[in-house]
Design a protein around this ligand. Structure first.
Ligand code: ADP
Ligand code: MG
Length: 612
């Protein structure tokens, strides 16, 4: 029988290889960026059109290539990075398989312009679907420019398989970020359809992370560092209270290469145990350095999965290093076995102080000029000296005194106390279980649900702002970029008029990004992301909002998200302020979700109980 096996022609073999290496525009971005890094560039520009479907260009200022190499680089298994099999165990470049350019050139129109430093002229190669079209001398600065057009022009099935522009762009941004995070010492920029999405000057790692993810990131980072013989670990984890509801920034790098590892991810998760709210994911940027011979990078064409010789040990060291840092930076909760509520309370809330978003005070108030302070001062003096038998005297002067102070500080809430129903002193508020505020109304004891009370306060304030456009947004010095899925961006854009009426001033730059220039005064910028997520989640729950107007729905959802939560410790002033604000509301008794806010117990009832 005649032989039937034949060697596949190169262009077919290349197309097959391309199936593995080049899955989407982002794969081309990754390979070209990595080549530019391997060429020792210090400045790398990525230019993309139509999410890479029309054009991907990478321009670097690296070593460049000779005239011969500029042709050879498109051959399969053509690489300058390894020569011998042993080299595979000492890899310190991104590429080494020599198949990326061959694969890309098999499925796109490619132009290469390159020049080495010592040469007068560069060279310009044009190749389409593995076919060389031309090579000519060219005037070109030192370095290399790859232009990849019409990706998958000859594989319609692949081209049709590409996702929406915004999703493909998201993949590109992910690859760009991974390379940029691996090499903070290199200047990177990303231009998409003439919009500059990133401009990252050479810097240290922390600065690079901040430049990519926004200025607010800085304060959220907790450094980790550990040096052992098996592995050395550097990097940052994000404080647990900033964990996200979507799997966000999670990066592992090994020997300057981004990798995916569900095993090490588990290690990180376990070090955060007990610190994360349900459904929240930690963010991390972890850089592992291991002896090159202890890993095998060659198990996957895109080299994002790596085999480690000693992964159990690394797992344990990583876990310990993160735990140590979280502890050192005092972000792990201190268990207090005497205080039950702490045990039930999610960590992020536990740490919050009772600071209310806005506290009015009279700047002209001078305690040394008023009778009030004298009275209070006298009282205080009495207090230190007075034996128990003179307790009555302790209270002399307090009601008026504190009332004066109170009113000078909180003029706006005066009506509340006009009927003189509220007996106040500095000690007339108590918080229990970090959930309720106990206060005394003239003949009653009231128990106020702090979270619902604050929801009511915020709800009315938000509604008011919406109706008379009275919000005074806080302008942000550095606008905040929020990345989210296209569908969410379009939902928020739909709500833009009503959101801007409460102080969210934003614009869209990309289908997957919003830029916030101002926020409501009572919203901490760090909470923007989670508030938007909460808002979107809440708006998806139609039951809550039956027959509600748009504005009411948003006010309810925002009030819910931004309110002080159960588990927040409140100072006396904060409690006082909240109760003031509550009683200034139109309807202080039920929260926007129609649940009771206040329970009252009369003193008669209490007396009655003591008679038994
Ligand atoms: P690999 O990176 O695995 O070696 P590639 O197909 O990506 O394979 O690249 C082939 C070769 O082309 C590289 O080994 C390198 O010598 C050369 N090359 C590719 N891109 C550049 C660049 N931007 N600057 C200089 N040389 C490059
Ligand atoms: Mg390469």
């Amino acid at each position: 029988m005649s032989s039937i096996i034949q060697l596949l022609p190169d262009h077919v073999a290349n197309q097959i290889a391309a199936g593995e290496v080049v899955q989407r525009p982002a794969s081309v971005v990754k390979e070209l960026l990595e080549n530019a890094v391997d060429a020792k560039s210090t400045d790398i520009k990525l230019i993309v059109k139509d999410s890479g479907k029309t054009l991907i260009q990478v321009i670097d200022n690296g070593l460049g290539m000779s005239i011969t190499d500029a042709r050879l680089c498109f051959e399969r298994h053509a690489t300058s990075k390894i020569k011998h099999a042993e080299d595979l165990f000492a890899i310190n470049t991104k590429g080494f398989r020599g198949e990326a350019l061959a694969s890309i050139a098999a499925v796109a129109h490619v132009e290469l312009k390159t020049k080495q430093d010592q040469e007068e002229l560069g060279t310009h190669v044009v190749i389409e679907g593995s076919q060389f079209l031309s090579q000519e001398p060219i005037v070109q600065p030192k370095g290399t420019s790859f232009l990849v057009k019409n990706l998958f022009y000859n594989i319609p099935a692949r081209r049709n398989f590409l996702k929406t522009d915004s999703l493909e762009l998201k993949h590109i941004i992910n690859e760009f970020q991974r390379v940029a995070l691996t090499h903070p010492n290199i200047h990177f920029s990303l231009l998409h359809n003439s919009t500059e999405l990133f401009l990252l000057p050479a810097s240290n790692l922390r600065q690079r992370i901040v430049n990519i993810f926004g200025s607010k990131t800085n304060e959220k980072l907790v450094p980790i560092a550990e040096n052992t013989e098996v592995v050395s670990i550097q990097g940052f984890v994000m404080r647990p209270e900033h964990a996200k509801k979507t799997r966000g920034e999670q990066f592992f790098f090994v020997n300057h290469r981004y990798i995916k590892s569900s095993y090490f991810h588990q290690s990180v998760l376990s070090s955060f145990e007990g610190l994360l709210r349900d459904g929240h994911h930690p963010s991390y940027f972890i850089y592992l350095e291991v002896p090159p011979h202890t890993i095998d990078i060659n198990i996957h064409p895109t080299k994002t999965e790596i085999k480690f010789e000693d992964e159990h040990t690394i797992y344990a060291i990583l876990r310990a290093a993160i735990k140590h840092s979280l502890g050192q930076y005092q972000v792990a909760p201190v268990l207090d076995f005497n205080a039950d509520p702490n045990l039930e309370v999610p960590y992020h809330q536990n740490k919050q102080s009772g600071k209310l978003p806005e506290i009015d005070f009279n700047q002209n108030f001078n305690p040394f000029q008023s009778n009030v302070s004298e009275a209070a001062f006298k009282t205080a003096k009495t207090f230190t000296k007075t034996p128990e038998s003179q307790w009555d005297g302790l209270y002399a002067g307090i009601p008026e005194a504190s009332q004066d102070v109170f009113e000078s500080q909180h003029n706006h809430s005066q009506e509340l106390f006009d009927d003189n129903t509220f007996a106040r002193s500095s000690s007339s508020y108590a918080q229990i279980k970090q959930k309720y505020i106990i206060a005394s109304l003239k003949n009653n004891l009231i128990v106020v649900h702090q979270n619902r009370a604050h929801q009511r306060v915020l709800y009315e304030e938000l509604l008011q702002n919406m109706t008379n456009f009275s919000a005074s947004p806080q302008q942000l010095l550095f606008p905040i970029n929020v990345q989210m899925e296209v569908i969410k961006v379009s939902k928020l854009l739909e709500l833009q008029p009503v959101l801007s009426s409460v102080g969210f001033v934003f614009e869209s730059s990309l289908a997957t990004e919003l830029i916030f220039n101002a926020l409501p005064a009572f919203l901490e910028p760090a909470k923007l992301d989670s508030t938007l997520q909460d808002l979107l989640v809440a708006l998806e729950d139609p039951e809550q909002f039956v027959s509600k107007k748009h504005a009411e729905m948003i006010a309810m959802a925002l009030a819910k998200s931004m309110s002080l939560k159960t588990g927040t410790h409140l100072t006396t002033e904060a409690m006082e302020h909240l109760i003031n604000q509550l009683f200034a509301c139109q309807d202080p008794y039920v929260c926007p979700f129609k649940k009771p806010i206040i329970q009252t117990i009369t003193f008669e009832e209490i007396d009655q109980k003591f008679k038994l």
